[in-house]
Design a protein around this ligand. Structure first.
Ligand SMILES: COC(=O)C(/C=C/C1=C(C)CCCC1(C)C)=C/O[C@H]1C=C(C)C(=O)O1
Ligand SMILES: O=C(O)CCC(=O)C(=O)O
Ligand SMILES: [Fe+2]
Length: 358
C-alpha cells in the first residue's frame, strides 16, 4: 500500500515563495521567520576548522572496475562517519543530468496557474507545493517543491505528471532508470564494505520504491531568518541528490553538532544514507541530519531521488551486525508502516527514526 494519510489536515495559507519574490520582493511573512535557535547562523556553533571540512568523495569507476580496496574503505568510512559522500565517475550521461536540470528549472519557471494544475494536497507528498506541513502554525520552508512517486508504477498519480515542459515525463523516466542502476550498484558496494553478500539489499528490497523531488529555493532577501528546508534525515535507504549547475551552495549536514556546507563538485552526485540503512546496519552507517539554507542573490535547484525497499518488506538490524558489543538498537517493522509514519509527520531532525528504536 502506498502511504497516504487518512486524517484531515488544516495547513492554513501557504505563500508560494517564487510569487512572494515577485509581489513583495523584500518582505518575509511571519510563517517563514524561524525562531531564534533555528535560524541558520545561530542554530549551532560554526568553528573555523569546520569551514574547511568537506564530505568525502567516492570514485565509482574504481569500485566497478576492480572493487578497489582503498575505495571500499573510503566508502565505509564515509557512511560511518559522515552518512554522506559525493560520487564521481558515476557513469550517468552528463547530458542526461543537464537535461533533467533543464526541465526541472523550466517547470519551476512556468506561470503559477500552470504549476497549480498539479497541486500537492495538504498532508500528502506528491505534486507541487510544500510537503510535510500539518498545521496552521507550522513554520514554512523557503522552497517550492515538486515531487512524484516513480516506481513501482502503482505509486504514480498520473494526474500529477505535467504535460509541460514537453519532455518532462519522458526525461523523468529515463533519469530515474539511470539513478536506479546507480543505487543498486552503490548498495552492492555498501554491502561489500560491511562484509555482507553483495546482493543482500537487492534481494531483500523486493521491487524498490523510488520517488523524485525537485526543490527550488529562490533567492531570499533575509537568508538569516529562514530555512530553505527544515533539518531532517531521509526515510529512504539511499538518497541521490543532484545540485543545479549554477546554484548557490545550500545543503548543510550536521557533523559533530556543526552545520557543514556541502561544496558542489561539478558533475558529481551527492549520496546520503537514509534511515533504512541505519536500521539495517544497526546504526553502524548513519542517516545524518541535513538542511538547506538560502542565498540573498542566487537561487538554487536540487533534484533528489529517494530509493527505498518495497512497502511489503519487514526489516530490522541484520543479524551479522548485532553482537554483544553492538546490541540490537532497532525493532523489526514493516517498511510501508515506516513510510506512512514518515510522510505523516513534519520534518524534525532525526525524530522520525524514533519509530524504529527499541
Ligand atoms: C524528505 O523526504 C521526502 O520527500 C520523501 C518522500 C518520498 C515519497 C514520495 C515523494 C512519493 C511516494 C512515496 C515516498 C514516501 C517514497 C522521502 O522519501 C523517503 C521516506 C520514506 C519512508 C521513503 O521510503 O523514502
Ligand atoms: O536541497 C537540498 O540540498 C536538500 C534536499 C533534501 O535534503 C531533500 O529533499 O530531502
Ligand atoms: Fe533530505
Amino acid at each position: 500500500m502506498a502511504p497516504v494519510p487518512s486524517f484531515p489536515v488544516k495547513v492554513g495559507h501557504i505563500d508560494d515563495v517564487q510569487e512572494l519574490k515577485k509581489t513583495k520582493p523584500s518582505s518575509i511573512p511571519e510563517r517563514f521567520v524561524r525562531d531564534m535557535m533555528e535560524r541558520p547562523k545561530l542554530a549551532t556553533v560554526t568553528t573555523p576548522s569546520s569551514c574547511n571540512l568537506n564530505i568525502p568523495v567516492v570514485d565509482l569507476s574504481k569500485l566497478l572496475n576492480s572493487q578497489d580496496f582503498h575505495e571500499i574503505k573510503k566508502l565505509s568510512s564515509s557512511c560511518e562517519e559522515w552518512g554522506f559522500f559525493q560520487v564521481i565517475n558515476h557513469g550517468i550521461d552528463l547530458d542526461l543530468l543537464e537535461k533533467m536540470e533543464k526541465i526541472a528549472m523550466e517547470f519551476f519557471m512556468l506561470p503559477l496557474e500552470e504549476k497549480q494544475k498539479y497541486p500537492m494536497s495538504p498532508g500528502t507528498v506528491q505534486g507541487y507545493g510544500q510537503a510535510f506541513v500539518f498545521s496552521e502554525d507550522q513554520k514554512l520552508d523557503w522552497c517550492n517543491m515538486f515531487a512524484l512517486g516513480v516506481e513501482p508504477h502503482f505509486i504514480r498519480n498520473p494526474k500529477l505528471w505535467p504535460t509541460k515542459p514537453l519532455e518532462f515525463s519522458e526525461t523523468i523516466d529515463i533519469y530515474s532508470r539511470e539513478i536506479r542502476k546507480l543505487c543498486k550498484n552503490l548498495l552492492k558496494y555498501i554491502a561489500v564494505s560491511l562484509g555482507l553478500n553483495e546482493d543482500i539489499f537487492e534481494e531483500m528490497f523486493g521491487v524498490a520504491v523510488q520517488a523524485v523531488r525537485m526543490n527550488y529555493y529562490p533567492a531570499c532577501p533575509r537568508p538569516d531568518l529562514v530555512l530553505g528546508l527544515s533539518p531532517h534525515s531521509d526515510g529512504s535507504a539511499l538518497t541521490v541528490l543532484q545540485q543545479g549547475k549554477c546554484s548557490s551552495v545550500g545543503l548543510q549536514i550536521l557533523k559533530d553538532n556543526v552545520w557543514v556546507p556541502v561544496q558542489p563538485i561539478p558533475n558529481a552526485l551527492v549520496i546520503n544514507i537514509g534511515d533504512t540503512i541505519e536500521v539495517l546496519t544497526n546504526g553502524r552507517y548513519k542517516s545524518v541530519e541535513h538542511r538547506a539554507v538560502t542565498h540573498q542573490e542566487k537561487d538554487r535547484l536540487s533534484i533528489v531521488t529517494f530509493y527505498a525497499p518495497s512497502y511489503e518488506i519487514e526489516l530490522g538490524p541484520l543479524q551479522k551486525l548485532v553482537d554483544e558489543n553492538n546490541p540490537c538498537k532497532y525493532k523489526r517493522y514493516n517498511h510501508g508502516e515506516y513510510s506512512m509514519h514518515y510522510v505523516t509527520n513534519k520534518l524534525q531532525g532525526k525524530k522520525t527514526l524514533e519509530f524504529a528504536k527499541i
